[in-house]
Design a protein around this ligand. Structure first.
Ligand SMILES: [Zn+2]
Length: 88
């Protein structure tokens, strides 16, 4: 027996998957045709609710399996690729 909200979680995961988002951790697109065991397959990453405006059940975002698992090992800040302004 898993958690009480397992059904809800799976519904939310399915809804998220249907949106075909890119990986929110690395920003690369996710191949949604990959088997779920694949390291680059889609996983629902559970975001901890923030002190401000956090959702009760927490928010989930699309992530690669490898990105998701590497994130759980250590707390990392979201790396947004720094865009250096082009100088003409
Ligand atoms: Zn990724």
């Amino acid at each position: 027996m898993r958690g009480l909200d397992d059904h809800t979680y799976r519904k939310r995961t399915a809804a998220l998957k249907a949106k075909r988002h890119d990986c929110w951790l690395c920003g690369d697109p996710i191949d949604y045709t990959l088997p779920w065991k694949h390291k680059m397959a889609f996983t629902a990453d559970h975001i901890q609710p923030r002190s401000k405006g956090g959702h009760i059940y927490g928010e989930i975002r699309a992530a690669h399996r490898s990105c998701n698992s590497s994130r759980s090992n250590r707390v990392t800040t979201v790396t947004t690729a720094p865009k250096t302004a082009l100088r003409w």
